[in-house]
Write a protein that binds this ligand. Structure first.
Ligand code: CDP
Ligand code: MG
Length: 640
């Protein structure tokens, strides 16, 4: 067994006593049904949004929705919304914030007949799932009355009254429409995540609220430092707490720190639990095990979870200012996250949470809250957007947490090297164009410049392929065959060109999923890349950039493509040292080519897409580039 557990019983939620909580709840429910009685007995028969009679499914779902904790405070919420411009709402995962609150808002008085509501989400998947689920609950079609908008995928229409969108997408909308005038109410959801885009939106919306007294803002969170948020809004935003209905969760800690949390998690999942429950509805008996990233912590509700194993780690994006590298690092979670993970076990009935760390670690080592992304990110893309939003004075912009001045300086420097900002820090025409692409500035620079090198078609493909997931599959049982299949796409000059080969082969084979399967290519990644490419070409065409390709039979075909690549990525190059390792030019790090690279030789200079920090430093997705081409495209200072 190996793991010794120390048990700590703990009750989460708003009530100290479980029995008391049940009786309080039943009182509340009966009160709620009295006050909402008339409406509940005779709900309207015609759907206000599409003028159709409600379906039977609507009524069935309505019954389920009414049982959610937020419904007990619906009137209270609507009153608070009526009386305040900004409102903060805190409630545990699953209480109905994401799905119900936007629907309540649509019923609010004083917002007109057809208000338009935006609700932000921290990820594409939660935005899409929420829109689909709420469209069902509202008995309308997703893409019409309820829609979503995520990077490279837009599913809404002029009829849309409720739009779920990623926080990054709302920020992009603000670039075109700074006062966000098409929305009557904006809901910032899951703000405990403290994503970069949400933090920028906070500061931007604070200004917009002053200019648009009619706009309302609802800030929602599973947990947050309430005082900090209220302080940020100068005490002008009341806090409303939704009383949850959680069951008790027993918490177990390990007696000793675990050396290998993956192994410990598997062991805990297999050896600790009793045999699985009998089958339901004729299916095989057994227990469902969900392996999830921290998306399940607060933004997704998974029914039927009773046991949670919490290894205590998460993968975080971290920007190292000194070496100017952003990478994903495995780091300890915060206390808030640990409690959220445990809460997942008590959603449907009393549960258990196994923490693969000691109680001493929990109490002494874990930070209370998530470290905001703005303090650990490369800000080049953000600074470009802020500039486009008209923010000139970054130092006095009202961030909730201020990024280090050096990080802002680095961002300004990169944008200046790329030609997006002039020496005074003003946006250049090139920068204007770059800001239209929802991509890293290096990539947008490469796209904008590509028609000059007569290879905009190829560069659009490479950018799209880099934006998608890894397209090469490597199933454990067929590693050798997958490796051989991959070699067939390999380009001897490097991985960017290999990606181009894969895309061309995919198109030549009519985007056939069977072909993908046979060649160990991830069909979903290619489909995504194809869609991204279409959108990039759309943006490029809008700017009058010519879509063109060099002559395939000319010796300059690949040279042109690599020159365009270098025009964007000249800060991500490495030089071969005598000892066989590479040294990155901008920050002097010793690195090796990632073993997955497609080249048979070690070129003197390489351009790379990613810096991967593991036990060794690797650069991944690398391509051979001539030193002379770099001198042609890069400002001198970046190569010194
Ligand atoms: O945002 P919050 O965590 O407060 O809850 P929510 O996402 O609005 O979910 C409320 C309830 O709706 C959950 O407890 C689920 O039972 C249900 N739900 C669902 O069944 N399917 C979804 N895709 C989303 C929610
Ligand atoms: Mg939610």
């Amino acid at each position: 067994m190996g793991t010794e557990w120390k048990r700590k019983v703990s009750l989460f939620g708003a009530f100290d006593d479980y029995e008391a909580s049940l009786s309080a709840l039943s009182t509340k429910l009966s009160r709620a049904s009295i006050s909402g009685g008339a409406a509940a007995a005779n709900p309207p028969r015609i759907n206000r949004w599409n003028r159709r009679p409600y379906s039977a499914r609507y009524l069935k779902l309505l019954k389920k929705r009414r049982a959610l904790p937020v419904w007990q405070q619906k009137d209270e919420f609507l009153r608070a919304l009526r009386d305040n411009q900004t409102l903060i709402l805190v409630g545990e995962t699953g209480c109905g914030k994401t799905t119900q609150i936007p629907q309540f808002v649509l019923e609010a008085e004083g917002l007109g007949d057809r208000p338009v509501v935006a609700c932000t989400q921290p990820s594409r998947i939660t935005a899409m799932l929420a829109a689909r689920h709420v469209a069902q609950e509202m008995d309308v079609t997703v893409g019409y009355e309820v829609g979503y908008s995520v990077r490279f995928e837009h599913c809404w229409s002029r009829k849309t009254v409720l739009k779920y969108l990623t926080d990054g997408m709302l920020l992009r909308e603000a670039m075109a429409d700074p006062l966000l005038e098409k929305y009557n109410v904006i809901i910032l959801d899951e703000v405990h995540d403290r994503t970069l885009a949400t933090d920028v939106l906070f500061a931007h919306l604070k200004e917009v609220l002053k200019k648009r007294p009619g706009l309302k803002l609802v800030v929602m969170s599973a947990y947050l430092e309430a005082e900090k948020f209220q302080g940020y809004f100068s005490g002008a935003a009341p806090l409303m707490k939704v009383h949850g209905r959680l069951h008790p969760v027993d918490i177990f800690y390990t007696q000793k720190p675990e050396r290998d949390y993956l192994e410990a998690a598997i062991r805990t999942a297999l050896k600790v639990f009793e045999p699985g429950p009998p089958s339901l509805r004729g299916g095989p008996p057994g227990r469902k095990i969900v392996v999830s990233t921290n998306i399940a912590e607060t933004s997704l509700t998974i029914d039927g979870i009773v046991y949670v194993i919490d290894p205590g780690f998460t993968k975080h994006k971290v920007y190292n200012l000194r070496i100017r590298v952003e990478s994903l690092l495995v780091s300890p979670i915060c206390k808030g996250s640990a409690n959220q993970r445990a809460d997942c076990a008590g959603r449907t009935r009393p549960g258990k949470c196994f923490r693969l760390y000691t109680d001493k670690s929990f109490n002494e080592d874990l930070q209370p809250q998530t470290y905001p992304e703005i303090l650990r990110s490369n800000l080049a893309y953000t600074v470009l957007i802020l500039k486009k939003l008209g923010v000139d004075d970054l130092v006095h912009f009202d961030f909730m947490d201020y990024p280090a001045p050096e990080t802002l300086m680095r961002a300004l420097e990169v944008l200046n090297y790329l030609g997006a900002f002039d020496d005074e820090g003003n946006l250049t025409p090139l920068g204007e164009m770059m800001s239209e692409f929802p991509l890293d500035p290096q990539m947008s620079k490469m796209l904008v410049i590509s028609s000059k090198y007569n290879c905009s078609n190829e560069i659009a493909t490479i950018a799209a392929m880099l934006s998608a997931q890894n397209c090469f599959l490597r199933p454990r049982e067929a590693r050798k065959a997958a490796g051989e299949a991959r070699v067939r796409f390999g380009h001897i000059d490097g991985d960017h060109l290999t990606l181009l080969n894969v895309y061309h082969a995919y198109k030549q084979n009519d985007e056939d999923p069977q072909w993908c399967y046979d060649h160990f290519i991830n069909a979903r990644a290619l489909k995504y890349a194809d869609n991204v490419r279409r959108q990039l070409v759309g943006i490029m065409t809008r700017f009058g950039l010519k879509m063109c390709s060099p002559n395939f039979n000319s010796s300059a075909y690949y040279a042109n493509i690599i020159k365009a690549l270098a025009a964007g990525y000249f800060m991500q190059v490495a030089l071969l040292e005598q000892n066989g390792h590479y040294r990155t030019v901008k920050n002097n790090q010793i690195v090796d080519l990632h073993p997955s690279n497609s080249m048979y030789h070690k070129p003197e200079w390489v351009i790379f897409d990613e810096f991967v920090l593991t036990t060794r430093n690797f650069i991944r997705t690398v391509t051979d580039v001539r030193g002379k081409w770099l001198i042609d495209v890069a400002p001198q200072s970046t190569l010194l």
